[in-house]
Ligand binder design. Sequence first.
Ligand SMILES: Nc1ncnc2c1ncn2[C@@H]1O[C@H](COP(=O)(O)OP(=O)(O)OP(=O)(O)O)[C@@H](O)[C@H]1O
Length: 318
Amino acid sequence: MHDGSGLIAVQNLTKQFGPVVAVQNLSFTVSPGSVTGFLGPNGAGKTTTLRMLLGLVRPTGGTATINGRPFHQLGQPGRVVGAVLEAQGFHPARSARDHLRVYAAAIGVPDAQADQVIGLVGLGSAADRKVGGFSLGMKQRLALATALLGDPQVLVLDEPANGLDPEGIAWLRTFLQSYARMGRTVLISSHLLAEVEQTVDQVVIISRGQTMFYGPLEQLRQSQQKRVLVQPSDINALATALRAEGVQAIEQLPDGRLAVSGVDSRRVADSALKAGVSIYGIQEEQVDLERLFFQLTSGQYAGYAPAPAPFKQQGGWA
Ligand SMILES: Nc1ncnc2c1ncn2[C@@H]1O[C@H](COP(=O)(O)OP(=O)(O)OP(=O)(O)O)[C@@H](O)[C@H]1O
Protein backbone atom coordinates (compact mmCIF):
# COMPACT_ATOMS: atom_id res chain seq x y z
CA MET A 1 0.00 0.00 0.00
CA HIS A 2 2.68 2.50 1.08
CA ASP A 3 6.15 2.31 2.54
CA GLY A 4 5.17 3.23 6.12
CA SER A 5 8.15 5.54 6.50
CA GLY A 6 6.17 8.52 7.77
CA LEU A 7 8.21 10.67 5.42
CA ILE A 8 6.69 13.73 3.79
CA ALA A 9 8.47 14.55 0.53
CA VAL A 10 7.78 17.65 -1.51
CA GLN A 11 9.70 17.83 -4.74
CA ASN A 12 9.75 20.66 -7.26
CA LEU A 13 6.15 21.40 -6.33
CA THR A 14 4.49 24.15 -8.36
CA LYS A 15 0.94 25.51 -8.43
CA GLN A 16 -0.38 28.21 -10.68
CA PHE A 17 -3.84 29.72 -10.34
CA GLY A 18 -4.18 31.44 -13.71
CA PRO A 19 -1.55 34.18 -13.68
CA VAL A 20 -0.82 33.71 -9.93
CA VAL A 21 2.13 31.46 -9.12
CA ALA A 22 1.15 30.38 -5.59
CA VAL A 23 3.92 27.77 -5.20
CA GLN A 24 7.06 27.66 -7.28
CA ASN A 25 9.43 24.71 -7.49
CA LEU A 26 9.25 23.96 -3.76
CA SER A 27 11.30 21.08 -2.33
CA PHE A 28 11.70 19.78 1.22
CA THR A 29 11.29 16.63 3.27
CA VAL A 30 9.88 16.12 6.74
CA SER A 31 11.09 13.10 8.70
CA PRO A 32 9.44 11.25 11.56
CA GLY A 33 10.57 12.04 15.08
CA SER A 34 10.67 15.79 14.74
CA VAL A 35 8.40 18.81 14.53
CA THR A 36 8.88 20.86 11.39
CA GLY A 37 7.68 24.44 11.09
CA PHE A 38 6.41 25.50 7.67
CA LEU A 39 6.79 29.25 7.79
CA GLY A 40 6.08 32.24 5.62
CA PRO A 41 4.06 35.44 5.63
CA ASN A 42 0.41 35.58 4.60
CA GLY A 43 0.01 34.58 0.98
CA ALA A 44 3.42 32.85 0.77
CA GLY A 45 1.84 29.61 -0.42
CA LYS A 46 1.69 27.53 2.77
CA THR A 47 -1.96 26.54 2.61
CA THR A 48 -1.75 25.77 -1.11
CA THR A 49 1.24 23.49 -0.44
CA LEU A 50 -0.57 21.69 2.39
CA ARG A 51 -3.69 21.33 0.23
CA MET A 52 -1.59 19.71 -2.51
CA LEU A 53 -0.01 17.39 0.08
CA LEU A 54 -3.48 16.37 1.24
CA GLY A 55 -4.81 15.77 -2.25
CA LEU A 56 -7.20 18.75 -2.22
CA VAL A 57 -5.48 20.68 -4.99
CA ARG A 58 -3.82 19.21 -8.07
CA PRO A 59 -0.22 20.43 -8.56
CA THR A 60 0.70 22.17 -11.80
CA GLY A 61 4.07 20.44 -11.52
CA GLY A 62 6.19 18.36 -9.14
CA THR A 63 5.08 15.94 -6.44
CA ALA A 64 4.00 15.88 -2.80
CA THR A 65 3.99 12.47 -1.15
CA ILE A 66 3.41 10.87 2.23
CA ASN A 67 4.95 7.46 2.83
CA GLY A 68 6.18 7.59 -0.74
CA ARG A 69 2.69 7.94 -2.23
CA PRO A 70 0.45 10.81 -3.27
CA PHE A 71 -2.40 11.24 -0.77
CA HIS A 72 -5.06 9.61 -2.96
CA GLN A 73 -3.00 6.42 -3.16
CA LEU A 74 -2.66 5.97 0.61
CA GLY A 75 -5.43 3.42 1.05
CA GLN A 76 -6.82 4.45 4.42
CA PRO A 77 -5.59 8.05 4.52
CA GLY A 78 -7.48 8.91 7.73
CA ARG A 79 -5.34 6.42 9.59
CA VAL A 80 -2.08 7.58 8.03
CA VAL A 81 -2.49 11.36 8.07
CA GLY A 82 -4.36 13.59 10.50
CA ALA A 83 -4.81 17.10 9.20
CA VAL A 84 -6.32 20.40 10.27
CA LEU A 85 -6.41 22.97 7.51
CA GLU A 86 -8.60 25.70 8.97
CA ALA A 87 -10.92 26.25 11.91
CA GLN A 88 -13.39 23.75 10.60
CA GLY A 89 -17.08 24.20 10.00
CA PHE A 90 -18.30 22.47 13.12
CA HIS A 91 -22.05 22.00 13.45
CA PRO A 92 -22.83 24.51 16.22
CA ALA A 93 -25.66 22.48 17.76
CA ARG A 94 -23.62 19.30 17.98
CA SER A 95 -21.58 18.41 21.06
CA ALA A 96 -17.82 17.90 20.75
CA ARG A 97 -18.27 14.22 21.51
CA ASP A 98 -20.94 13.78 18.84
CA HIS A 99 -18.83 15.66 16.30
CA LEU A 100 -15.95 13.28 16.95
CA ARG A 101 -18.18 10.21 16.79
CA VAL A 102 -19.42 11.25 13.34
CA TYR A 103 -15.85 11.56 12.12
CA ALA A 104 -14.83 8.33 13.87
CA ALA A 105 -17.56 6.49 11.97
CA ALA A 106 -16.45 8.10 8.70
CA ILE A 107 -12.91 6.76 8.98
CA GLY A 108 -13.92 3.46 10.58
CA VAL A 109 -12.62 3.81 14.15
CA PRO A 110 -14.66 2.92 17.26
CA ASP A 111 -16.54 5.52 19.37
CA ALA A 112 -14.15 4.84 22.24
CA GLN A 113 -11.45 6.51 20.18
CA ALA A 114 -13.52 9.72 20.14
CA ASP A 115 -13.69 9.71 23.93
CA GLN A 116 -9.97 9.09 24.13
CA VAL A 117 -8.87 11.95 21.85
CA ILE A 118 -11.21 14.40 23.55
CA GLY A 119 -9.36 13.73 26.79
CA LEU A 120 -6.01 13.96 25.03
CA VAL A 121 -6.65 17.53 23.89
CA GLY A 122 -7.95 18.65 27.28
CA LEU A 123 -11.62 19.01 26.33
CA GLY A 124 -12.89 16.21 28.62
CA SER A 125 -15.00 18.53 30.78
CA ALA A 126 -16.55 20.20 27.69
CA ALA A 127 -17.21 16.98 25.78
CA ASP A 128 -21.00 17.25 25.98
CA ARG A 129 -21.28 21.00 25.43
CA LYS A 130 -22.47 22.39 22.11
CA VAL A 131 -19.63 23.43 19.86
CA GLY A 132 -21.45 26.68 18.99
CA GLY A 133 -20.46 28.00 22.41
CA PHE A 134 -16.78 27.07 22.09
CA SER A 135 -14.01 29.69 22.04
CA LEU A 136 -11.62 29.77 19.08
CA GLY A 137 -9.01 28.02 21.23
CA MET A 138 -11.47 25.24 22.12
CA LYS A 139 -12.33 24.84 18.43
CA GLN A 140 -8.63 24.51 17.67
CA ARG A 141 -8.39 21.75 20.26
CA LEU A 142 -11.44 20.02 18.81
CA ALA A 143 -9.97 20.26 15.31
CA LEU A 144 -6.77 18.68 16.63
CA ALA A 145 -8.79 15.93 18.30
CA THR A 146 -10.47 15.25 14.95
CA ALA A 147 -7.07 14.93 13.29
CA LEU A 148 -5.95 12.49 15.99
CA LEU A 149 -8.93 10.15 15.64
CA GLY A 150 -7.18 7.69 13.34
CA ASP A 151 -4.06 7.63 15.57
CA PRO A 152 -2.17 8.90 12.53
CA GLN A 153 1.49 8.47 11.83
CA VAL A 154 1.65 11.92 10.21
CA LEU A 155 0.11 15.11 11.59
CA VAL A 156 -0.31 18.17 9.34
CA LEU A 157 -1.64 21.31 11.01
CA ASP A 158 -2.24 24.69 9.37
CA GLU A 159 -1.71 27.54 11.87
CA PRO A 160 -2.61 25.39 14.92
CA ALA A 161 -1.57 28.06 17.43
CA ASN A 162 -4.01 30.59 15.96
CA GLY A 163 -6.54 31.55 18.63
CA LEU A 164 -4.75 29.79 21.48
CA ASP A 165 -3.86 31.71 24.61
CA PRO A 166 -0.30 31.41 26.03
CA GLU A 167 -1.32 28.45 28.17
CA GLY A 168 -2.84 26.76 25.12
CA ILE A 169 0.30 27.40 23.07
CA ALA A 170 2.46 25.90 25.83
CA TRP A 171 0.17 22.89 25.98
CA LEU A 172 0.24 22.47 22.19
CA ARG A 173 4.05 22.65 22.22
CA THR A 174 4.36 19.85 24.78
CA PHE A 175 1.75 17.78 22.98
CA LEU A 176 3.33 18.07 19.52
CA GLN A 177 6.84 17.46 20.80
CA SER A 178 5.84 14.32 22.64
CA TYR A 179 3.83 13.15 19.61
CA ALA A 180 6.95 13.57 17.47
CA ARG A 181 9.17 11.83 20.05
CA MET A 182 6.92 8.79 19.67
CA GLY A 183 8.30 8.53 16.14
CA ARG A 184 5.48 10.40 14.40
CA THR A 185 5.87 13.10 11.76
CA VAL A 186 4.59 16.56 12.62
CA LEU A 187 4.35 19.47 10.16
CA ILE A 188 2.84 22.75 11.36
CA SER A 189 2.48 26.01 9.49
CA SER A 190 2.65 29.51 10.89
CA HIS A 191 3.19 33.03 9.66
CA LEU A 192 5.01 33.87 12.91
CA LEU A 193 8.36 32.30 13.65
CA ALA A 194 8.17 33.47 17.28
CA GLU A 195 4.92 31.56 17.74
CA VAL A 196 6.50 28.18 16.93
CA GLU A 197 10.16 28.86 17.66
CA GLN A 198 10.16 26.81 20.86
CA THR A 199 8.13 23.99 19.34
CA VAL A 200 9.92 23.15 16.11
CA ASP A 201 13.18 21.30 15.46
CA GLN A 202 13.53 22.29 11.85
CA VAL A 203 12.01 24.91 9.60
CA VAL A 204 11.03 25.36 5.99
CA ILE A 205 10.77 29.10 5.33
CA ILE A 206 9.00 30.16 2.17
CA SER A 207 8.32 33.48 0.54
CA ARG A 208 6.34 34.05 -2.66
CA GLY A 209 6.00 30.30 -3.12
CA GLN A 210 9.73 29.61 -2.95
CA THR A 211 12.02 28.08 -0.33
CA MET A 212 14.20 30.66 1.41
CA PHE A 213 15.70 28.41 4.10
CA TYR A 214 15.32 24.76 4.90
CA GLY A 215 17.08 23.06 7.80
CA PRO A 216 17.44 22.80 11.58
CA LEU A 217 16.37 25.86 13.53
CA GLU A 218 19.74 25.79 15.25
CA GLN A 219 21.46 26.22 11.91
CA LEU A 220 19.32 29.27 11.17
CA ARG A 221 20.32 30.68 14.55
CA GLN A 222 24.01 30.05 13.91
CA SER A 223 23.82 31.58 10.46
CA GLN A 224 23.41 34.97 12.01
CA GLN A 225 26.84 36.13 13.07
CA LYS A 226 26.90 37.27 16.67
CA ARG A 227 28.25 40.70 17.52
CA VAL A 228 29.95 41.97 20.65
CA LEU A 229 28.76 45.45 21.60
CA VAL A 230 31.36 47.28 23.63
CA GLN A 231 31.69 50.73 25.15
CA PRO A 232 35.43 51.45 25.57
CA SER A 233 37.13 54.47 27.11
CA ASP A 234 38.88 55.05 23.77
CA ILE A 235 37.13 53.79 20.64
CA ASN A 236 40.01 54.42 18.25
CA ALA A 237 42.56 52.72 20.49
CA LEU A 238 40.42 49.60 20.86
CA ALA A 239 39.61 49.46 17.14
CA THR A 240 43.30 49.79 16.29
CA ALA A 241 44.24 47.07 18.77
CA LEU A 242 41.61 44.70 17.39
CA ARG A 243 42.64 45.35 13.78
CA ALA A 244 46.28 44.68 14.70
CA GLU A 245 45.11 41.25 15.89
CA GLY A 246 43.37 40.57 12.58
CA VAL A 247 39.81 41.43 13.62
CA GLN A 248 38.41 43.43 10.72
CA ALA A 249 34.64 43.42 11.21
CA ILE A 250 34.38 46.45 13.47
CA GLU A 251 31.65 49.02 13.20
CA GLN A 252 30.93 52.15 15.19
CA LEU A 253 27.29 52.37 16.29
CA PRO A 254 25.35 55.65 16.44
CA ASP A 255 25.25 55.39 20.24
CA GLY A 256 29.05 55.52 20.38
CA ARG A 257 29.66 51.82 21.01
CA LEU A 258 31.71 49.49 18.84
CA ALA A 259 30.09 46.41 17.29
CA VAL A 260 32.67 43.66 16.74
CA SER A 261 31.70 40.59 14.70
CA GLY A 262 33.27 37.15 14.57
CA VAL A 263 34.81 37.13 18.10
CA ASP A 264 33.48 36.61 21.60
CA SER A 265 33.36 39.19 24.39
CA ARG A 266 36.33 37.68 26.19
CA ARG A 267 38.56 38.24 23.17
CA VAL A 268 37.47 41.89 22.92
CA ALA A 269 38.04 42.40 26.66
CA ASP A 270 41.52 40.84 26.44
CA SER A 271 42.44 43.13 23.52
CA ALA A 272 41.23 46.17 25.47
CA LEU A 273 43.24 45.17 28.53
CA LYS A 274 46.42 44.75 26.45
CA ALA A 275 45.85 48.14 24.81
CA GLY A 276 45.28 49.82 28.16
CA VAL A 277 41.66 50.69 27.26
CA SER A 278 38.97 50.58 29.94
CA ILE A 279 35.62 48.95 29.23
CA TYR A 280 32.48 50.59 30.58
CA GLY A 281 30.04 48.07 29.16
CA ILE A 282 30.16 44.89 27.05
CA GLN A 283 27.52 42.45 25.85
CA GLU A 284 27.02 39.75 23.22
CA GLU A 285 24.09 40.58 21.00
CA GLN A 286 21.26 38.05 21.13
CA VAL A 287 20.38 36.35 17.86
CA ASP A 288 17.17 37.93 16.66
CA LEU A 289 15.45 35.16 14.71
CA GLU A 290 12.36 37.22 14.08
CA ARG A 291 14.43 39.91 12.36
CA LEU A 292 16.16 37.27 10.25
CA PHE A 293 12.80 35.73 9.32
CA PHE A 294 11.52 39.14 8.29
CA GLN A 295 14.63 39.79 6.18
CA LEU A 296 14.21 36.41 4.47
CA THR A 297 10.58 36.94 3.62
CA SER A 298 10.15 40.70 3.35
CA GLY A 299 10.65 40.76 -0.43
CA GLN A 300 7.26 39.17 -0.85
CA TYR A 301 5.26 42.37 -1.06
CA ALA A 302 7.80 44.41 -2.96
CA GLY A 303 6.39 46.03 -6.09
CA TYR A 304 8.70 44.04 -8.29
CA ALA A 305 9.87 40.45 -8.41
CA PRO A 306 13.64 40.11 -7.99
CA ALA A 307 14.94 36.99 -9.73
CA PRO A 308 15.36 34.48 -6.88
CA ALA A 309 18.16 31.92 -6.80
CA PRO A 310 16.92 28.33 -7.10
CA PHE A 311 16.69 26.14 -4.02
CA LYS A 312 19.86 24.12 -3.70
CA GLN A 313 20.21 21.84 -0.70
CA GLN A 314 18.97 20.96 2.73
CA GLY A 315 20.28 23.11 5.53
CA GLY A 316 21.15 25.92 3.23
CA TRP A 317 20.06 29.17 1.81
CA ALA A 318 18.02 29.25 -1.31
N1 LIG B 1 -8.02 29.06 -5.36
C1 LIG B 1 -7.20 30.08 -5.62
N2 LIG B 1 -7.36 30.83 -6.73
C2 LIG B 1 -6.55 31.86 -7.01
N3 LIG B 1 -5.48 32.22 -6.25
C3 LIG B 1 -5.26 31.51 -5.13
C4 LIG B 1 -6.10 30.41 -4.75
N4 LIG B 1 -5.62 29.89 -3.58
C5 LIG B 1 -4.55 30.65 -3.24
N5 LIG B 1 -4.34 31.61 -4.16
C6 LIG B 1 -3.24 32.60 -4.16
O1 LIG B 1 -2.02 31.90 -3.98
C7 LIG B 1 -1.14 32.62 -3.13
C8 LIG B 1 -0.75 31.74 -1.94
O2 LIG B 1 -1.87 31.59 -1.09
P1 LIG B 1 -1.87 30.62 0.19
O3 LIG B 1 -3.24 30.68 0.79
O4 LIG B 1 -1.34 29.29 -0.19
O5 LIG B 1 -0.82 31.35 1.13
P2 LIG B 1 -0.57 31.15 2.69
O6 LIG B 1 0.91 31.18 2.87
O7 LIG B 1 -1.28 29.95 3.19
O8 LIG B 1 -1.22 32.45 3.30
P3 LIG B 1 -2.13 32.62 4.61
O9 LIG B 1 -1.21 32.50 5.78
O10 LIG B 1 -2.68 34.00 4.42
O11 LIG B 1 -3.19 31.56 4.54
C9 LIG B 1 -1.87 33.90 -2.75
O12 LIG B 1 -1.46 34.90 -3.66
C10 LIG B 1 -3.32 33.54 -2.97
O13 LIG B 1 -4.07 34.69 -3.29
